[in-house]
Design a protein around this ligand. Structure first.
Ligand code: NAD
Length: 378
């Protein structure tokens, strides 16, 4: 079969769904690869690099889509792209079916099969190698620290020089999921003093192992909802949490917020008053900007200065490191393709008896199969 990789059309999206190294591996599995001209430009992968790896270059999106049996994408398809899809084809991409019911209907009407990489059952240890949410959140967490360092007027590490002593920067990370843990590791690696908090007490050991200090909210309430994700906390807890965060805001130089609750707006953790209490030149990176923000003063997509504090609400952190994020995403899709093509003959079998594949498959031959039935407890 032919795997096609179009140029992403979403404004500001710089990633590409496969990279030359992975093209070679997919060809070894028996597939033919076609990449749209310019697809990798914004991630620094040239047409020539794809050609050298064995791919054909399609001169237009129309040619790419019409010749592909399977399409690899990053962002869910636009209306125009759905129009270009071949009946009976397969699409592997981020889809977010709960948020995009219309797209689901349009894809189903095209009688295609769709594997939504965001619907992977992440709790299966076998699924980890395909987990693009984790790989991309890791990149975002790293980049958030780089953006913070760029906006901060001092060193992260402490230094003793002939010119005097420089204290290390203090960084507070709100939310220690995948992105938060990556941010902790990165900030600690740059030499900062790192503290972190999460409503799920189970992450405390992971915070410590990455060189951070876990700061607890003095209020007895467990924060785990279903599937290892967070739940909405009681008002009593939130009050106690705000008091602790207010103290951190006065002490630290940098705050990186990553707190999310699936299907809910991002919890507001950093108030305008807390921003005002921070030292001049401090930086906040609000990684929840797209879901409403963890900070009251965040402007999504922008970096703004309020009360002398730079508040970064970029919603394209992953695209700001597009070569790295594309490489990891391409690797996740390769691992998935290996699962679909155990026979290594360039054909795929969307096996609905396999828990991981079943979870991902949101449309099968035009029939909506999302949401998948809950997994049996192991
Ligand atoms: P996320 O992006 O949904 O949330 C980020 C973090 O914000 C979470 O750690 C959450 O607990 C925290 N949070 C929510 N409300 C908060 C509040 N009021 N204050 C402070 N923190 C708050 O989460 P994610 O990074 O996608 O990962 C979440 C879960 O998925 C974790 O349990 C992780 O272990 C799990 N996961 C499991 C696997 C696996 O088992 N293979 C792989 C990846 C992720």
């Amino acid at each position: 079969l032919v795997i096609g990789v179009p140029r992403e059309v979403f404004a500001g999206e710089k990633r590409v769904a496969t990279v030359p190294d992975v093209v070679e591996k997919l060809i070894k599995l028996g597939f033919k690869l076609t990449v749209e001209s310019g697809a990798g430009d914004l991630a620094n992968f040239s047409d020539d690099a794809y050609r050298a790896a064995g791919a054909e270059i399609a001169e237009s999106a129309a040619k790419l889509w019409s010749g592909a049996d399977i399409v690899f994408k990053v962002r869910g398809p636009s209306d125009e792209e759905v129009g270009l899809m071949r009946e009976g084809g397969t699409l592997i991409s981020f889809i977010w079916p709960a948020q995009n019911p219309e797209l689901m209907q349009k894809l189903a009407a095209k009688k295609v099969t769709v594997l939504a990489i965001d619907a992977l059952p992440r709790q299966l240890s076998r699924a980890q190698k395909m987990d693009a949410l984790t790989s991309q959140a890791g990149v975002a967490g790293y980049r958030a620290v780089i953006e913070a360092a760029n906006g901060f007027g001092r060193f992260f590490n402490g230094q003793i020089t002939a010119a005097g002593k420089v204290p290390p920067a203090k960084v507070f990370i709100a939310g220690a999921g995948v992105a938060g843990l990556a941010a902790i590791g990165t900030a600690a690696g740059l030499g900062a003093i790192v503290r972190a908090n999460d409503t799920r007490a189970e992450v405390a050991d992971q915070v410590k192992s990455l060189g951070g200090e876990f700061v607890k909210v003095e209020y007895e309430e467990e924060g785990s909802g279903g599937g290892g994700y967070a739940k909405v906390m009681s008002e009593g807890f939130m009050q106690a949490q705000r008091e602790m965060y207010a103290k951190q805001a006065r002490e630290v130089d940098i705050i990186i917020t990553t707190a999310l609750i699936p299907g809910k707006p991002a919890p507001k953790l950093i108030t305008a008053e807390m921003v005002q209490s921070m030292k001049p030149g401090s930086v906040i990176v609000d990684m929840a900007a797209e879901q409403g923000g963890n900070c009251e003063l965040t402007e999504p997509g922008q970096a703004v200065v309020k009360h002398g504090v730079t508040i970064i609400g970029y919603t394209d952190l992953v695209s700001r490191l597009s070569r790295q994020s594309s490489t990891l995403y391409a690797s996740n899709l390769f691992r998935l393709t290996e699962e679909l093509c155990k026979t290594k003959d360039g054909l795929i079998n969307v096996n609905m008896e396999d828990d991981a594949i079943r979870g991902l498959t949101v449309i099968k031959d035009g029939e909506i199969t999302w949401p998948a039935p809950a997994l049996k407890a192991p």
